[in-house]
Design a protein around this ligand. Sequence first.
Ligand SMILES: NC(=O)C1=CN([C@@H]2O[C@H](COP(=O)(O)OP(=O)(O)OC[C@H]3O[C@@H](n4cnc5c(N)ncnc54)[C@H](OP(=O)(O)O)[C@@H]3O)[C@@H](O)[C@H]2O)C=CC1
Ligand SMILES: O=C(O)[C@@H]1CCC=N1
Length: 273
Amino acid sequence: MQHRNIAFIGAGNMTRSIISGLVNNAYPAHLITASNPSIGKLSALQADFGINVTQDNKEAVDASDVVVLAVKPQLMEQVCEKLAQQQDLSGKLFVSIAAGITTPRLQQMLGGTLPVVRTMPNTPSALGKGMTGLFADTNIDEVDKQYAADLMGQVGEIAWVEKESMIDGVIAAAGSSPAYFYLFLEAMQTEAERQGFDHATARLMVQQAMLGAAEMVCQHPHLELSELRTQVTSKGGTTAKAIESFQEQGLQQVVANAMQAAVKRAEEMAKQF
Ligand SMILES: NC(=O)C1=CN([C@@H]2O[C@H](COP(=O)(O)OP(=O)(O)OC[C@H]3O[C@@H](n4cnc5c(N)ncnc54)[C@H](OP(=O)(O)O)[C@@H]3O)[C@@H](O)[C@H]2O)C=CC1
Ligand SMILES: O=C(O)[C@@H]1CCC=N1
């Protein structure tokens, strides 16, 4: 991929995940700058990955061709408007990772029709196992589109969406979803402990089962998930009883409700910010 100078505005969890994935994939650290108001996270990023850091967003943006907007949605307006007042932003590609802020809104905050690619990554990007959805409107040229795809492709799999509203679906299925799996594992760990296992053994069992199941899913892309489930489920056996219990309690609807709640919140945020 092309290696352009890249600035991350906001050096929180997601920036750390993406930078970690990039540097581990040989993106040159000297081309990466992160800016953040407080110094602690910057010092840690510099120590861990050898990137450039600054507490001044303008300085980071001045030094970059690509600007990754990685602050919380509620701060985006303030941050973008200040950047637009302080400097000429033309010629730069903007990549937003924020939930719930649309491309037209970002362009408005940045004070012009600048090229903005909207993305929705997730934290496993830190391990190169991320999943990122991307949306580009018609004013993004193919070179910038390719750069954005290559950038996020460095930290995992990518999928373009045709309509911007589908980014909210990416949030529900991939951006937020690592937390759903953690919640499920927490519940399993708690029950394993209740059944008499110590904390560490309970964790080992559930994490290894999850890892193995995830590997099975990835290694057998042509097997339906229901088929993998059937392989575990002996007739009249233990799994059948557990699955029956999930189904009686409406697991499918519970999951659907949760994903719809995530989409609804993204839509609310788009109105709010
Ligand atoms: N976490 C996740 O799994 C995902 C998050 N996202 C999106 O990523 C974005 C960032 O989320 P996340 O990394 O979790 O949040 P964090 O709170 O971890 O990171 C945001 C960072 O922005 C910094 N910040 C605050 N004000 C400014 C400013 N004026 N200029 C520059 N930086 C500033 C904060 O600094 P300080 O703490 O010092 O105040 C903080 O380090 C959000 O928009 C979110 O929607 C998208 C996909 C997944
Ligand atoms: O919870 C959030 O709003 C962000 C977006 C996806 C994951 N974290």
